[in-house]
Design a protein around this ligand. Structure first.
Ligand SMILES: [Zn+2]
Length: 286
């Protein structure tokens, strides 16, 4: 990781003295205090003190956050959803992740698991999820669920190699324009519709200003349109923001924002005042 960041800085001709901190968006669950990694089922990473390890590795201040929450924070601060205080964000990729903003603050909950909508119960007798529970929404509406339905995979992923293989297969499937894509269309529509159906009760409780669908699978028109249509048919009347229609913050942009937000800018800083300054600062981001 350290070598990788050195390469990025070298390629972009960034001198060491311009680097002031590290923003790290991780696809995993953080501890209650937000410093340690409790588990990262998508990556196969164990429980460890992530923040201290990164601080030692880079020898500079570090800010960490779950990737979906990081995107929700960045999106509502300077992205297409700037000034939205009540947001439900769904990031649909190989796994299904979520983040919720209530009155401008992240919903964290007692164990820092709040807003994890990808793992609400959808099918009590369904497949075992990557989180270890049975029948999560993740098992019926994620990229992995789509690949299960397509017969591309039969098992979940618990190691980084399995994760990479599944991710590569999903990328291939979503970029496919052949007859396989026609078969995939039906499966993607089912997954997008299932996402809308199972999310609806949570949306009624959370009452957001907008629900935002993003991520590589979330950008696929078949899936995104089915999700949109499904919510409309169920009577959802708030705004629906699709990454297929709007420019959405990426994980690396969000991690850069995290570092800037936690280590540099005050909560009162307005990105509207200096729009060019946001990414002209040099931050190592993942
Ligand atoms: Zn799960």
């Amino acid at each position: 990781m350290h070598h990788l960041s050195r390469d990025v800085l070298k390629r972009n001709k960034v001198p060491d003295h311009r680097v002031f901190g590290v923003g790290f968006a991780v696809a995993g669950y953080l501890s209650r205090e937000g410093k340690g990694l409790e588990r990262a089922p998508y990556l196969g990473w164990p429980k460890f003190d992530l923040k201290s390890s990164l601080t030692k590795l880079f020898d500079m201040p570090v800010a960490i956050e779950n990737v979906n929450r990081c995107i929700a924070l960045a999106e509502t601060r300077f992205g297409g959803l700037a000034n939205v205080d009540n947001l439900v964000l769904i990031r649909s990729a190989l796994g299904l992740g979520g983040a919720v903003m209530v009155d401008g603050e992240l919903l964290r909950g007692e164990q820092n698991l709040g807003g994890d909508l990808g793992h609400v119960l959808a099918e009590p007798k369904g497949h075992i999820c990557s989180c270890g529970k049975r029948g999560c929404l993740n098992t019926v509406a994620s990229g992995w669920a789509v690949m299960m339905q397509m017969g591309i995979t039969k098992q979940s992923y618990g190691t980084i190699n399995q994760f990479r293989w599944h991710n590569a297969q999903l990328e291939k499937l979503l970029g496919d324009n052949t007859f396989v894509a026609e078969k995939a269309h039906k499966v993607l529509v089912e997954a997008g519709t299932a996402l809308a159906r199972h999310l609806m009760p949570s949306l009624q409780i959370l009452n957001p200003e907008t629900v935002c669908l993003t991520g590589p699978l979330g950008r696929h028109p078949s899936y995104a349109n089915a999700f949109h249509q499904g919510l409309i048919e169920l009577g959802f009347s708030a705004k629906i923001t699709l990454a297929t229609e709007a420019e959405i913050v990426t994980p690396s942009m969000a991690s850069a924002y995290l570092a800037l937000s936690n280590l540099v800018y005050s909560p009162n800083f307005s990105f509207d005042q200096e729009p060019d300054a946001i990414f002209n600062e040099k931050v190592v981001s993942f």
